[in-house]
Design a protein around this ligand. Sequence first.
Ligand SMILES: Cc1ncc(C[n+]2csc(CCOP(=O)(O)OP(=O)(O)O)c2C)c(N)n1
Length: 255
Amino acid sequence: MFDTRDSPSVVAGSVRERILRFASNARRPLHLGSSLSAVEILVAVLVVLRPQKRRDVFILSKGHGALGLYAALAEAGVFTDHDLETFGLSGTALPVHPQRGGDWWNRFATGSLGHGVGLGLGVVMARTYGAEVGRCLVVVGDGECQEGSVWEAAAAAVELDARGLCVVVDSNEYGQTGRIAGPSAADGLHRQFAALGWRTRVMDGHDAEQLVAELQTFGSGSTPRALIARTVKGRGSSAVIDGLPGSHFAPLSQR
Ligand SMILES: Cc1ncc(C[n+]2csc(CCOP(=O)(O)OP(=O)(O)O)c2C)c(N)n1
């Protein structure tokens, strides 16, 4: 179990091991590459949002990366190893895509891509109507950014002055079936968010310390914030990386 004084990169290493240990025992199809690429981002989210007193909300918009989120939560002591073993099984509290619950990390069901930024905008706008909510942090995939709804919400966020909203893009440059290029690659995303008026930065998505430092201050600026976090799909497993782009949803043992 980690506490917020532990080094985020060391915690990320333990989370990655946890995911791979689970995958090698489970021997069933998993979104492994998607979970492994997001580990440092998810650890940074936990470090920043877990001890919060305000009612901040997290949305894993790329809901197929839920195994990574649950593994990070297990590392934080929210779930046991036994809980994690039930991932995706009938009756589990840890479904393959997050289901709506009462915690800061599962306020919304996700899995159908393209909705997290709009939901996050709704969360921060709810303050305008007196709801007791704080900031909202949304993690999206770069393939997911090919959904037009992401950009409708991103444009509206500036118009509606949604300064408490932060989007982190897990920019691993792979989608479900192949490479991500052009406007949805890191530089293209940076340009698009910046053109809409978001405060934007491209950064190393595996540098957990830097991610924590960036996320600590989100919500303090005058505009919404976008971090384009460059990552490697399947980071930590050459078996997954060697299997790309065909192994988006596959068992570890078959790679
Ligand atoms: C609306 C919608 N369309 C299609 C899918 C199927 N799907 C699941 S994951 C995925 C690829 C997502 O790629 P990306 O956002 O880059 O995430 P990564 O797995 O690379 O982290 C797709 C198309 C979906 N879940 N929702």
